[in-house]
Design a protein. Sequence first.
Length: 406
Amino acid sequence: METDVAYLRLQYRRLVTVSHEVDGVEPAVDRLISELKNREKKRGRRRIREPGSDQVLDYGWKRSGDDPLHILKLSMIEQSDDKIYLARRLLALADERAAESHDPKYDEMRKAYSWHIKDLNRMHSQSEHIRQEIADQASWKQLGNRSGILTNYKHEGGGWHTAKIEAHLDVPAFELVALLREADLWDTWMPNILGFGLSTASARGVPSRTKVELDADVNMPWPLWNRDVSLTVEAIDCLAETEKQLVIIIGDAANPSKCRDKVVRASMNGSGCVITPHYEGKLNRTLVQFLLRIDLKISVIPEPLLDVIFRNAAFLLLCKMREAAKLVRTRTYTRRHRHPRSPFYNWLRYHIIANWPEQEGTLPEVDPSLENKPLGALDQLLLTSLVGGEVAVAGFALLVGQALVV
């Protein structure tokens, strides 16, 4: 197969977030890619688009005709930058062009990227399901509409109960994401009512910038045993759509932690959240819509408990989020999201500025005094994951690429 500049760029973009931790990796990959591009240019091949261009639908096939190989590479680049919906649209276009051109090289390249493509399709499918469930208005029973917070409920059969709650919060998107991401601080603001509510939460791992694996303990009213959940929480970028949104997928972990004695493992598969920044044209207003699908492993849930969980606790969740927005500006949070070496929040700043330039003024400034301070708990786990997993792969790509260049 031809020298794959897109693959090297994919590794480069993953390593950007750890450039402070791994000396020499970023410039080495950058020099290699530059050299490979020059070689391709001399041979008359088209240059790959530099990351960062906002004119997504104008560059791929207009610059490279109907070349499905080029479009597939662009799809993988966008996926490596966590632009899932954009990557999925480019992949669909590449498949369409390949079906017309019957290029055997396309099947070979698609097979090489098969794991990435499978994961891309999974994320797209799950996020679309959440968006459709939240947009559906017909199959829900309204439980309340108080203080601008709308609460709906439906019983799906068996032990599955689902709540849909939504409200606008006068909080910028950056601060809202910071509030939701720092899982080890949830117990400082999440609601507890009549013996039901979050006890503790902690992250077990952060495989990527947009994925967190966590465990949480939930108190239950007497005489029920407490519950726990072992979850994977994943953020999906829908910024290529007409209505720019961020979708958060919440589901049971593929490799869950061990459940403790006298605690029952609950399930939250199919849960999620949709965040719509700049709601109603206001910079500091964000629409938040939760889909909470829960199986508490109780054969019959008493009506009073249902009322506590889905009418009151669900309502209080968004009430508490409104109040907790102030917490994001306290030192506990700012030392995490204003840290100059934070791989997650630096990436988040980049995305917000790229997609909502008008919100740049709402972003908290980076604090240089934190340079030598430890990162937040989740960022430390993220760096461990990136340095341990990505550097080895990119190092191999570097060796192969340099051999090809020479």
